[in-house]
Design a protein around this ligand. Structure first.
Ligand SMILES: O=C(O)CCC(=O)c1ccccc1C(=O)O
Ligand SMILES: [Mg+2]
Length: 370
């Protein structure tokens, strides 16, 4: 039976982060996002979240370009053609090139709606098998003494893995400082494309720190140089920015550009594509983990459902609501217990919008009746 959609609601929200999140590309101090609500004729509401940033520093999309795509192309396509199941969203949106975060915002809402309609958790609908997932945290603080204190706090909370941001200006000193205090910590480093092949000796020298992996050391759209680099370093390379489609993942694995892939639902255009990449990686013995986008609770909830799939064998960038927010827009908030996050058992994503909080942080709202 087709999804009988009656309306789509889009809210642009804005919230300050508790603490700035810094990479070599700049600092995020305030987060905007788009909350999507898709309502059907039975009164079920599927929730999605657009995870593009206010400016195009991580990918080419922004909150405004995502909103434009949703309002002027994606929502009208859904209204005109309808959809029988969310796994048809990739085909429905195929006349729109890229704009993956905009597509994912709507597609994830359709998955939540479908799960609610079937009365099952989203994790079960997409093939999840885990009851709880391990939590990982990212430290975005270039000040070493402060970062050490933060890491200590996170370890007390039971986080299973810590990721830090590095660049050629700040790598050995930072990593060795962390290793001195935490010799056995499961630690990884994300470079967000700060290096080039000229830095191969620098990157080789990082091998001695026993990092779980190095994430996206080279160009944000490269898979060729990464293959050359992986052949010369011991530390496994994990790709983030350069994997935006299933075919990117296949080609990167075929070329030997990485040994691990970070899957972000927004970056790859939705849960359907994320699942395809997961299934392929499982078949090739490539571990995957769920990436983070400094997101609000809706996207975090979708990540939890995705990370319950069996190929997510490495703790991802999934922390609790309180990692970035004084108060999240969902209830209950997402909590980490002994380093684990419970996968909800109630229908859909298993979290409700906190309407009062949503209203407080909404800066713009629009509704499309079908
Ligand atoms: O959501 C988080 O906890 C942070 C994850 C993170 O590192 C990140 C946050 C925003 C944009 C890009 C990245 C990244 O993984 O490169
Ligand atoms: Mg990354």
């Amino acid at each position: 039976m087709a999804l009988d959609i009656k309306a789509v609601n889009l809210s642009i929200i804005k919230m300050p982060l508790k603490h700035p999140f810094t990479t070599h590309l700049g600092s995020v101090t305030e987060r905007e996002g788009i909350i999507v609500e898709v309502e059907d004729s039975n009164g079920f509401i599927g929730y999605g979240e657009g995870v593009a940033f206010s400016s195009p520093w991580y990918t080419e999309e922004t909150v405004q370009t995502s909103y434009h795509m949703l309002k002027d192309f994606l929502v009208p396509l859904l209204k005109k053609k309808g959809i029988s199941h969310p796994d048809g969203a990739i085909a429905l949106f195929s006349s729109v090139r890229r704009n993956h975060m905009a597509k994912a915002a709507l597609e994830t809402a359709l998955w939540d709606l479908q799960a609610k309609k079937e009365g099952i958790p989203l994790s079960k609908l997409i093939g999840g098998t885990m009851e709880a997932i391990p939590a990982g945290v990212v430290v975005g603080n270039p000040n070493l003494p402060e970062a050490l204190k933060q890491i200590e706090g996170y370890l007390e909370q039971g986080f299973k893995r810590v990721k830090v941001k590095i660049s050629p200006e700040d790598d050995y000193q930072y990593i060795s400082g962390i290793r001195k205090q935490f010799p056995d910590l499961p630690l990884m480093a994300d470079a967000n494309s700060a290096y080039s092949l000229k830095d191969v000796n620098r990157l080789k020298a990082l091998d001695e720190y026993g990092l779980l992996m190095i994430e996206q050391p080279l160009g944000f759209d490269d898979i060729v140089d990464h293959a050359k680099l992986q052949a010369q370093i011991e530390t496994p390379i994990c790709l983030d920015e350069s994997i935006v489609t299933f075919d990117d993942a296949r080609k990167a694995v075929e070329l030997g550009s990485c040994k691990v892939i970070n899957i972000k639902i927004g970056r790859v255009g939705g849960i359907g594509e994320a699942k395809r990449i997961h299934d392929y990686c499982v078949s090739k013995g490539i571990p995957v983990w769920a990436g983070g986008m400094i997101e609000f609770g809706i996207s975090r909830a979708h990540n939890i459902a995705l990370a319950s799939l069996p190929g997510f064998t490495i703790p991802g960038d999934i922390s609790g609501s309180d990692r970035y927010w004084e108060q999240d827009i969902i209830e209950p908030e997402i909590k980490v217990h002994n380093g684990m996050i419970k996968v909800p058992e109630s229908p859909g994503i298993g979290f409700e919008l906190n309407r009062e909080r949503l209203k407080e942080v909404t800066v713009f709202e629009d509704r499309f009746e079908f």
